[in-house]
Design a protein. Structure first.
Length: 314
């Protein structure tokens, strides 16, 4: 008899639990409050500020989300969005006004599938961004890339944006000339890749974004080489310029499938007479010119430096 009661109570508890799950999974209309942090990109101001007003949203949400928002919290939920500075109006008192209707899409994206918004009961948000010292510096990529045989990176790694604004004490900002990315690492690459990477920001410094988008172009190559006579340019009348050596070896990496003979015939190597005049040692770096439309992924000239000798005419 006692065992029957135990089974009955367990069954009752399970039924109540399943019923509660079902009830909480249903959608209900509700008013929910959010404390909004708005991030933007305004030169001379801190990147983020918390709105003075609460954002009141009426919409349809699952019961468990409403219970989480209202039943288990002592205050409004936090919401973080990023907006363009053009959406805000600068007020005479130094604050900024942000119309709520202009950020509907950002709010919907931030809330995800938690709530289907019916309308906002808050017309605008007031934001007070703190003025700060700032500096604009470039982003420098840190990478560790490994490629499959006969594949290589084509061009530089592209990042967007390629520069950021830093905020903090003036004496610390003046010492920062660049911001490094976190290491970008790949192995056995043979196709282009892209993604987002974080930034290594010094302690005590704020930044207008915490990551940048990168893209890495990868191409299959073939290595070709040729020997070219070093041509000279801008030589005055009654003078001549000789180079030692007079010929150099050129090694190029070009796209796989390139018609090698036509490409190699389009190449030329030259030095400029004016560089001899400007150089104290008369050592010149040969310049490679590509007369074709075929891109050169990478090239090297051997030797990389030649000696220029000026010969006076009769």
């Amino acid at each position: 008899m006692k065992r029957d009661w135990v089974i009955f109570l367990i069954s009752l508890l399970l039924s109540c639990f399943v019923w509660a799950l079902h009830i909480l999974s249903l959608d209900y209309m509700a008013f929910l409050q959010y404390r909004v942090t708005v991030t933007t990109d305004m030169v001379g101001y801190a990147p983020s500020a918390v709105a003075d007003e609460l954002l009141l949203v009426r919409g349809k949400a699952a019961g468990y989300y409403i219970l989480k928002a209202k039943g288990f919290r002592s205050g409004p939920m936090n919401l973080q969005i990023e907006v363009d500075k053009s959406a805000m109006t600068h007020n005479n008192d130094g604050s900024f006004t942000l119309p709520v209707q202009s950020i509907r899409e950002q709010v919907m994206e931030a809330l995800g599938e938690h709530i289907v918004i019916d309308f906002f009961d808050t017309e605008s948000l007031t934001l007070k961004y703190v003025r700060q010292n700032y500096r604009h510096v470039p982003v420098t990529v840190v990478s560790n890339l490994d490629f499959c045989p006969q594949y290589m990176r084509v061009g530089n790694i592209q990042v967007k944006p390629d520069s950021v604004f830093l905020y903090g004490p003036a004496d610390e900002l003046v010492q920062i000339t660049e911001i490094m990315t976190d290491p970008i690492s790949y192995e056995k690459l043979k196709t282009p890749v892209n993604g987002y990477v974080g930034l290594d920001v010094p302690a005590g410094i704020s930044i207008n974004r915490d990551q940048v988008r990168y893209s890495i172009s990868v191409g299959r190559y073939v290595e070709v080489e040729t020997t070219k006579k070093v041509a000279v340019s801008n030589v005055p009348v009654q003078k001549s310029l000789l180079t030692l050596p007079s010929e150099v070896r050129v090694v190029c990496r070009v796209p796989f499938g390139t018609r090698q003979n036509a490409f190699l015939n389009s190449l030329s190597v030259s030095v400029d007479y004016n560089d001899v005049i400007d150089s104290k040692s008369a050592r010149l770096i040969p310049v490679l010119a590509n007369g074709s439309s075929i891109p050169i992924y990478k090239y090297e000239i051997y030797p990389p430096v030649v000696e220029g000798i000026i010969v006076e005419g009769d």
